[in-house]
Structures are given as C-alpha cells and as structure tokens.
Write a protein that binds this ligand. Structure first.
Ligand code: P70
Length: 457
C-alpha cells in the first residue's frame, strides 16, 4: 500500500492526547452516545469531518495578516473576487460564512413551497435548507452508487434517464433549479464525470431550469476526472475546473473543504436578477455583500486557499492518503464503499454489524465503538442523518446505505495516525457480534445527527 510523502513539512504542532478507557466510557454517557456532543480535547484522532479542520499554509497565515477589515469594498474582498473570477468564471458572487449560509440565501431567493430540487444526492444541510423552505429535495444518482462493491469510476453521476422522467412527471415549472453535488458526499465522496455533468446541464437547460453546482469538493472531483476520464489526463486541473463551471449557471460552496479555510463559503451566479435578490437577502441575514458574514482576513485566506486546493501535487497526495486508509481498512477485512472516495473512507456499518437493523442505527454503534476503542471520532451517514418522514404518506424512509464516515482533515494527520485508526478498527471487528444497536432518547426534526441523544439497546 503506497503512502505518498506529504508535499509539505510541519512548522507548528497541536498536541493531542489519548485519555484512558474508563474516562472515555464516562464521556460517552455524558454525550448521550452522540459523538458530536463530545469535547474535542477528549478525542485522539478526529475524523468527524474534513470541514474547516484542515491545516492552513504559511501563505494563508500571511493572508490573515494582510486582511483588510473595512466594512465595505475591502482590499481582501477584491483579492477574493479576483480569485473567484479566475477559478470559477461566474459573473457575480457573494461570500457567505459557510456552505449552508450560501444554501440558505439561494433557497430563500429561489425555492417556493411544494417545489422540487433534483440533484445526484443532496448533502445534509442542502437537503434541510430546501425542506426548510417547504421544498422537496430529490436524489437521482445512478443505481451503482448504492452497491458498495461496485467499482464504477464515477459513482457520483446522475441517472439521466431518471432525471428526464422526473422532469417530465413534475414539470419544469415546479423545479426552481437543479443541482449536482461534486463529489457526492452522501454516498462515498464519489466523483461526477465531466461527460455526465455536461449532459445534466444540457438536460436542465433543455427545460429552462437553472443549474447550480454544490462545489464543496470540486477540486478533488476535478482531480478524479484527470485520473479517470478519457481526454483529461493531460489537462491542468485548473482548466478542468473552468470547464466544469462553464456548464453551470451558478454554484454554492462550503469553502471549509477544498478552499482549505476554517470558515467561509461562496455563492456564485451568472443571472443579474438572481444576484440582486441574493444581495438583498445576504444583507438581511449575513452582512454587506463585500464581506458576507466573514472577517476581511477570512476572505483573504480563502483567496489563497482556492489556489492551494487546486495544486496538483497537493491533490495527488490528498487522494492517495485517503486511498491508503481505505486499502488498509479493506485489508483488515472491513468492507467500505468502493472505490475509495476523495475526502473520506465510508465503512459499510451494516456489513460490520449485520445483526443491527437500520432502525437501531448500526452507524451509531460503529461511531461509539471507535471512540471506545481508540478515542477516534467518525460520523454516521445513515438513518440518523438521512432517515426521514415522508410528508405525503407519513411513512418513515431509511437511506439505502448505513455508513460510518472517516473524513480526513486536509494536511493534518500523517501515516502513523492512519495506521492507528486501522488497528483500532481491526479490534472492533474481532468483537463485532457482541455489539448492539441504539435508540433515540431525543431527536430534533431537521439535522438531527448534530444534537440527537441515544441509549444503548
Ligand atoms: C461534512 C460537512 C458540509 C457540506 C457538504 C456539501 C456537499 C454543503 C455542505 C455544508 C457537514 C458535516 C457532516 C458531518 C459532521 C460534521 C459536518 N458538509 N455541501 O463534513 O457546508 O458545513 O460549510 O455549512 O459536504 O461533510 P457547511
């Protein structure tokens, strides 16, 4: 298994400590067995998310010092504007404090109650923001995405037949915009091919439906295109990105992922009227359009991070590190979604605990065991996150996959950290048949994974 040398060396360190097993047990009880409720200092390896948890570079720290905190028209905004125009090529944009803030503004401006927003798969906050406006998120990814062993190189692709049938059934007038999430976070961090994205854009446009990309991990997606799609192997990733965004009418992005900042987001578009409405909504909710809820220094660090996230030696290392963790976990006999995605390894929790049904949350069982075993934190991507009550039928729907995601913060952990995670998982596997499921003691209506509490069965 190949672990690439990191294309950086370490100048600043942050201590982590491994607390004793009995202490971990007590922390789990206090947290209601929801790892979101643990204190970060009680965690040894934190793979809860790759969002906002990456290490900034020396250039980004220098950018923070250059930050211009003027309320309006700051120099830092101009730097960000130049970077956004250069990297994405949209006519208009506003910063937002993170991805869900951009989604909130977009859905506030475009979604009316009862309307539908199709995508390959919406991630948690996008799904919730559409629902919060009375809209219906719809996932139309290819069926291969739900077969963890299937080796399709672009498992994030939209099923074009399903999309055409859906538009035909619902009618374009009930679809304020269509989306694609790149990479597809809800089912394995899997990429979308350029051919598929182009065809999806063509289909939306055939019906006059605006097309927005959820671009949280677009750079990783573009590198997968370079590695896997014919005719792209010699193209610079920056050109691949420009081509990708040229097919869309806009995008929203959590900059906490591929722009490698601790906080930030973007909302871009080509339509002037949408931009005017977005600006007014932004002023009400986030801030003046030249800072959008961020400090000037955050805008500056984002401008620098946008380029670093597209650096090809960084991207090669990034995807190889994730592939290494996945391959070692598989070698220990633990099934994951295949192929290994860009930012995370997704363990098939249902395969690890076949005796735990989806309504007893096998992903929560695995998240708890990882903390118990090694003070490692991962996140459930299964029935807690995506189980939902159908408003029309009153029936509970469960997602097709019960996953435990190990998301790798950017430029943060090394090979020995990854090996430690694999050792801990191997020990859990040895006692898998003794592990039980969980039930809710508290759950809010939307985004319940963040604050739910559980009890072991
Ligand atoms: C993650 C976080 C955020 C996200 C995303 C896509 C494709 C938008 C957003 C919202 C959320 C999360 C999940 C589990 C644990 C912690 C955090 N994804 N679109 O880790 O962006 O968070 O900036 O509002 O993946 O995948 P933002």
């Amino acid at each position: 298994m190949y672990y690439p040398p990191e294309p950086f060396r370490i100048k600043v360190t942050e201590p982590i400590r491994l607390i004793a097993g009995e202490e971990r047990e007590a922390r789990l009880v206090e947290a209601g067995y929801n790892v979101f409720q643990l204190r970060a200092e009680d965690i040894f390896i934190d793979l809860l998310t790759d969002s906002g948890t990456g290490a900034m570079s020396q250039e980004q720290w220098a950018s923070l010092m250059r930050g211009d905190e003027s309320y309006a028209g700051a120099r830092s905004f101009q730097r960000l504007k130049a970077a956004v125009e250069d990297v994405f090529g949209f006519k208009y944009f506003v910063p937002a404090h993170q991805g869900r803030a951009a989604e909130n503004i977009l859905t506030a401006v475009l979604v009316k109650a009862g309307q539908y927003v199709p995508s390959n798969m919406h991630f948690d906050t996008t799904d919730a923001n559409i629902r919060a406006r009375g809209g219906r998120p719809v996932n139309l990814v290819i069926d291969e995405a739900f077969d963890p062993a299937n080796l399709h190189p672009f498992k994030g692709n939209m099923d074009l037949g399903k999309l055409r049938a859906f538009i035909g059934k619902i009618g374009a007038a009930n679809i304020p915009f269509g989306m694609m999430t790149v990479t597809n976070n809800a089912a394995g961090g899997q990429p979308v091919s350029m051919a598929n994205l182009k065809a999806v854009a063509g289909l939306y446009h055939e019906y006059g439906i605006p097309f927005f990309i959820d671009a949280a991990r677009y750079a990783e997606n573009c590198y997968f295109i370079k590695l896997r799609e014919k005719d792209y192997e010699c193209k610079p990733v920056r050109e691949i990105a420009r081509e990708m965004f040229s097919y869309a009418d806009g995008m929203c992005m959590s900059a906490k992922k591929d722009a490698i900042v601790n906080m930030g987001g973007l909302l871009c578009m080509n339509d002037e009227e949408i931009f005017e409405n977005v600006k007014n909504e932004l002023i009400l909710r986030e801030g003046f359009p030249t800072y959008g809820g961020l400090a000037g220094r955050d805008l500056d660090a984002m401008a620098t991070g946008l380029y670093e996230g597209l650096d090809e030696s960084y991207l090669a290392y990034r995807l190889a590190q994730t592939a290494y963790l996945g391959a070692c976990i598989n070698e220990a006999g633990i099934p994951t979604i295949q192929p290994i995605g860009g930012h995370a390894v997704y363990i098939d929790a249902h395969a690890v605990f076949p005796h735990i049904p989806n309504y007893e949350f096998p992903g929560v069982s695995l998240a708890v065991e990882m903390y118990r075993e090694g003070a490692i934190r991962g996140s459930e991507i299964g029935s807690v996150m995506f189980g939902c009550l159908d408003p029309d039928t009153g029936i509970w729907h469960y997602p097709k996959l019960e996953l435990l995601r190990l998301a790798i913060p950017r430029r943060t952990y090394t090979q020995s950290h990854m090996d430690y995670v694999v050792d801990s998982l191997a020990k859990i596997k040895d006692r898998a048949d003794t592990i039980r499921g969980y039930k809710f003691t508290y759950a809010p209506e939307l985004l319940r994974h963040f604050t739910a509490r559980f009890e072991p069965l």
